[in-house]
Write a protein that binds this ligand. Sequence first.
Ligand SMILES: *[C@@H]1O[C@H](CO)[C@@H](O)[C@H](O)[C@H]1NC(C)=O
Length: 165
Amino acid sequence: MFYKLSLCLLFLIFLGNCNASLTPTDCVFVDGPYKYDLTNLTGKTWSYSDGPDSVDYYFSICGPSSICTNLNNNVPSSVCKITTNQFIELGETSTGKFIDNTIQGQGTILRYFTTSTICSGLPTFVFINFDCQPGQPNIVTGVQDSNPCQIQIYVSGESSCPFAN
Ligand SMILES: *[C@@H]1O[C@H](CO)[C@@H](O)[C@H](O)[C@H]1NC(C)=O
């Protein structure tokens, strides 16, 4: 019993703030002298089609995606993958959290995870990487999923750029 409780606590500490739930109104992240305000990227479902095997990724920034949530029995979901015959939930909305980018000022990273079983009981993480491209349109530039437990999504454009904090 105590052992189980300690494991659970460890798990909570490892994942950080488990109950963080970002909404479009607090889609702002401060990283030292930089402030990211991604509000302009919220309120829609973005998609990315990964090659000819018709794996489609859907995601929303700082809020649930209607496509993912509908297929997830209405449990708020921000990231999902749909293949020809399968729906896979990848990021519960309640887990959304900004994390520091290794290159300060170049962009930020929004992390989601899901505790479903695809990674042998461990969480599957999705990192949405925002790449500042001044004056450029906001687009999804790619998805890297060679490690299915650590999926990288890349978004670039003007709205990923920081303001002075
Ligand atoms: C959101 O987009 C509008 C219109 O392009 C722009 O004027 C505004 O500065 C943007 N806001 C942020 C926080 O990037």
